[in-house]
Design a binder for this molecule. Sequence first.
Ligand code: LLP
Length: 422
Amino acid sequence: MSSRPIAQYLLPDTAELKNDDVFIGGVSLTALANQYGTPLFVYDELTLRRRAADAASVFDAGVAYASKAFLCGAMARLAVEEGLWIDVATEGELDLVLRSGVPAEKIVVHGNNKSRAEINRALDVGVHRIVVDNFDEIELLRELVSSTRPVSCLLRVIPGVEAHTHEFVQTGQEDSKFGLSITRGDAEEGLRRMRSIEGLHVAGLHSHIGSQIFEVSSFLKALEIVATFAREEHVEEICVGGGLGIAYVEGEQAPSLSEWGAAVRAEALRLFGPDVRITAEPGRSIVGSAAVTIYRVGARKEVADRTYLAVDGGMSDNPRPVLYGSGYEAFALRSPQAERLGVYRVVGKHCESGDVLIDEAALPLDVATGDLIVTPVTGAYGYSMASNYNRVTKPAVVFVRDGVATLVLRRETLDDLIRLEF
Ligand code: LLP
């Protein structure tokens, strides 16, 4: 564990470390915490726009932002402004994206258990694509699609590749709930059935091997398997899914979106020639490093072997450490350039011992109750997986840019929490 000040490369692109504060997008994090309260998600708009534009430019047209990583109206509009389309996996995501003003023809619909209502809505509004997952869905499409209500689809295939990542976020292996297996012949049968449906245009194949993957070679391996299958079937498009990893803690290094895209494109060109369109749907690599979370320390406690810092959020705003054992760094906002010589267990305020945000966080020795501490790289799968456990309200989210902060999601109130009661 490093005792050096927080590494700049873990922070959003515009972060400036001062002696007693950090500015992002030209806005003081201390001022934001005081104005909007804590916990607070702060997204650097410039970082979001750069990553989105990178993703759009390194593949062919039709790259979709995987909105499950972080979704609100402002984010959906930003992604589309930067040239991306939007991947939704449920009717809830579809509804929000449509309400945000995104045209239906820029929406890609996913899901391993799409309901009749979800498919009907997708067909009614005229989405760009449905990514088909299983035989039951194909039969549902046969009932619902017609020449007057046509749709374009990709078939999600299981390439049989085990990506090096946490078991919970691996999806390319044979034993997976997503897609149809190439090896078992199911993918071939799926395509045959899809092609027999009038009004259903089979555009190509889709494979997504997992998430938080650092090795580009895993994607190339999957692509090669898909290519062998695709050569026998006439396809216009191959979507390689998302899954590119990002650095969360010091010492981790991930390929950039451009490096990932260039490697995948080069391999695709070798395997298919120029006639097959190559698309992708990254989530984490666009939003992850664009945000930080600010917490306030409410209690500092020394026990036998360690010091605990309890903050005013926890597993409700960032369940990733509990779910996947994910690591994070932290820094103290009033001394971001100080050596981080102390070791603390940073915990949340929920009623369980497992509510740990950082097991061993390097922070300055003098962190005290009332201090603001910040965890970087919280832009992906934090807010989107937030819960109201212990009836804790969800934090506010602000976008910052050129010295201006915009509240894109207000903090939940206690009134919001009782809106479902009779
Ligand atoms: N496409 C499909 C079909 C997906 O299932 C996913 C993510 C993506 C694209 C985007 O993957 P990304 O580029 O964000 O890795 N909650 C977990 C991650 C779950 C990923 C689910 N699917 C986490 O916090 O690590």
